[in-house]
Design a protein around this ligand. Structure first.
Ligand code: FES
Length: 184
C-alpha cells in the first residue's frame, strides 16, 4: 500500500531537483571556455591560411645592382602545413631588378604561370626560360610567343624602405589560365 507524499517531502524533492539542475548548468558553463579555446586552436591554421597576403622582407637595395639584370631571391616565411608550424622556411622565389640610377625595384614571381615550375634566367640570351615546357619571357616578364604559358610572368608589389630593405607582397596565383588570379 502506497502513501501519498506530504507537501514537505514534495518541496524537498523540488529543491533536490533544482540543486542538481544548477550543478549541471554551472558545470557546463565552467567547461565552455576551454572547449571554445580548443575549437579556436583547431581552426587556427585554416583561419591563417585564408589570411591576406603580406609584405615579406626579401633583401636590401645594395643586393640588387642597377643594371637591369634580374636577380633571384628566396622568399622566406613561417609556414603552417595543416596543423604543423615551420619557422623561417623558403616558400617561393622572386626576381628583382632595377634600372640604372633608379631606386624603384620591380618584382616578378619565379613561378611559371603555365604549370608552376621555377623560371630560370638565361644571362646570355637576356631572357627568362622555363625548363619544364620551354616558355620564354623577356627580362621585364613579358611573354615571348610561341610559349605554352597562357600569360606573362606574375608581377608582385614591392616596397623599398628608407633603410633600403626590400619587401615583396608574396602571393601565389593560379597557373594554366590567362588571367592573373591570386590563390587564397
Ligand atoms: S611549367 Fe613553365 S612552361 Fe610549363
Amino acid at each position: 500500500m502506497t502513501r501519498d507524499k506530504t507537501s514537505d517531502e514534495s518541496a524537498a524533492d523540488r529543491r533536490g531537483f533544482m540543486t542538481k539542475l544548477l550543478a549541471v548548468v554551472c558545470g557546463g558553463l565552467a567547461t565552455l571556455p576551454p572547449v571554445l579555446a580548443g575549437v579556436w586552436m583547431f581552426l587556427d591554421p585554416l583561419r591563417r591560411r585564408g589570411a591576406a597576403a603580406t609584405f615579406l622582407p626579401v633583401t636590401d637595395l645594395a643586393s640588387v645592382p642597377d643594371d637591369g639584370i634580374p636577380r633571384q631571391f628566396a622568399v622566406v616565411a613561417d609556414r603552417v602545413d595543416a596543423w604543423t608550424g615551420f619557422a623561417a622556411e623558403p616558400i617561393g622565389a622572386v626576381y628583382l631588378r632595377r634600372e640604372k640610377g633608379s631606386d624603384t625595384v620591380e618584382a616578378l614571381s619565379a613561378t611559371c604561370p603555365h604549370a608552376g615550375c621555377f623560371v630560370e634566367m638565361e644571362s646570355q640570351e637576356r631572357c627568362f626560360r622555363c625548363p619544364c615546357h620551354n616558355s620564354k619571357f623577356t627580362l621585364d616578364g613579358g611573354m615571348v610567343a610561341p610559349s605554352p604559358s597562357p600569360r606573362a610572368m606574375d608581377g608582385l608589389e614591392c616596397q623599398v624602405a628608407k633603410n633600403g630593405e626590400i619587401a615583396v607582397k608574396w602571393q601565389n596565383f593560379y597557373t594554366g589560365i590567362a588571367e592573373k588570379v591570386a590563390r587564397p
